[in-house]
Design a protein around this ligand. Structure first.
Ligand code: COA
Length: 381
């Protein structure tokens, strides 16, 4: 049977972690609606939920928050790598390289037991913000800021990145975006992680592969591309012409469309609100207004809804986050989901090994190299 292009609608894994109803525009983690989680929960609580399949009690949440805070510091090896990586690589390449390198210094080494994998997962979740912030401080010739164990995950990240503690509203806004980005069924990077885990390769290898998949502009890279587009537009009055021109040239508008959602991505609802609120708070509505106009024109012209990445761009920009760190922040949040999926795969594993449909030539006769005519090799290539 012919394969479905892009594996569309193919069910390739069972999971208890998250679920999407693309027609109704619903997303849930472990049965909890994303709207409830975005309104009431925190990133730390969602980390617990995804890894333990239930909400924590107060003492359990405190213990997990402490564990994450304790694990934020980088090993000397990673800290030493950073100045060179800050000069030589893009942020996502840095993250891919350092997460891979972190395996060498993980205290649990090559232990693949469930307990060791849970600890490795928490270390990866805890250290990713420090990696991104340390990289950024080096490349901007500023001293790295040490993690503050008293601050929650989101607030600590902004403090390490920007060198000052964020106000409560900004920290909460970032926290909500992390909740929204934390998991999303079998997206390309999570699928990559599960394929690698299914060979019984280690946690760090699976996450390194996931980061590589997230890097592409059709997946995580879309929020950065969306921000570049908003900057190119520059002014709300130019939005309509820009979008129409781009669509006329058959170019995609980044941050729109989705393989699964056929209506509004429920995450976009919260990000649109946050974009407006942050704009109002900072007295700069430009990015929200351009975004809103782009959304209207794309809907009129193509009937497409914004996905999670579109309004995330203006939200992160309003917080002072550089555009090329937007995909790494997606990774920072998705680390919760990736690591939970890897553990779920290990817990009930079967090698993921689909089939391909052969569409090449049949029954070819091998011709010795000295007898191959130039025209034949050209025709074949
Ligand atoms: N801008 C303009 N047209 C778009 C579009 C976009 N962002 N997304 C989809 N389309 C159009 C395609 O051109 C295609 O039209 P056609 O049938 O006339 O050729 C149709 O919608 C189907 O698109 P396709 O790329 O085949 O859908 P998909 O399910 O394979 O891809 C995405 C889904 C997300 C990869 C796709 O919508 C996209 O590239 N979006 C932009 C990147 C992005 O925001 N990614 C983040 C996803 S969370």
């Amino acid at each position: 049977m012919a394969g479905q292009a892009g594996l569309e609608e193919v069910v390739a894994a069972q999971t208890k972690l998250s679920d999407i109803d693309g027609k109704l525009g619903r997303l849930s983690y472990v049965g909890y609606d994303i709207h409830d989680l975005a309104t009431h929960s925190t990133f730390e609580e969602v980390v617990f939920l995804l890894h333990h399949l239930r909400l924590p009690r107060a003492d359990e949440l405190e213990a997990l928050s402490e564990e994450l805070a304790e694990e934020r510091t980088l090993s000397e090896f990673l800290a030493d790598l950073m100045p060179t990586l800050a000069q030589q690589t893009s942020p996502m390449s840095m993250l891919r390289t350092t997460i891979s390198a972190a395996s060498a210094y993980d205290p649990d080494g090559w232990d693949q037991s469930p307990g060791a994998n849970l600890r490795k997962a928490m270390r990866l979740v805890a250290k990713t913000p420090t990696l991104i912030a340390t990289y950024h401080r080096h490349r901007t010739d500023q001293d790295p800021v040490q993690p503050n164990p008293k601050l929650p995950h989101a607030a600590n990240f902004l403090a390490m990145l920007l060198g000052e503690e964020p106000d409560q509203d900004t920290a909460r806004a970032l926290d909500i975006t992390l909740v929204l980005y934390a998991d999303h069924t079998l997206n390309a990077s999570t699928f990559t992680a599960r394929v690698i885990a299914s060979t019984l390769s280690d946690m760090h290898s699976a996450i390194t592969g996931a980061i590589a998949a997230l890097k592409g502009p059709l997946h995580g890279g879309a929020n950065e591309e969306a921000m570049k587009m908003l900057e190119e537009i520059g002014n709300v009055d130019r939005a309509e012409e820009y979008v129409k021109d781009r669509l006329g040239r058959k170019q995609k508008i980044m941050g729109f469309g989705h393989r699964v959602y056929k209506t509004e991505d429920p995450r976009a609802t919260h990000l649109r609100r946050l974009s407006r609120e942050l704009g109002e708070r900072h007295g700069d509505m430009r990015w929200y207004e351009i975004s809103e106009r782009v959304e209207k024109v794309v809907m009129e012209e193509k009937g497409l809804y914004p996905n999670v990445d579109f309004y995330a761009a203006s939200v992160y920009h309003s917080m002072g986050i550089p555009t090329d760190l937007m995909t790494p922040i997606f990774a920072l949040a998705r680390m919760a989901g990736w690591t939970a999926h890897v553990r779920e795969q290990y817990a009930d594993n079967r090698l993921i090994r689909p089939e391909s449909e052969y569409i090449g030539p049949l029954d070819q006769q091998y011709v010795p190299i000295e007898e191959r005519a130039e025209s034949e090799s050209e025709a074949a290539s």
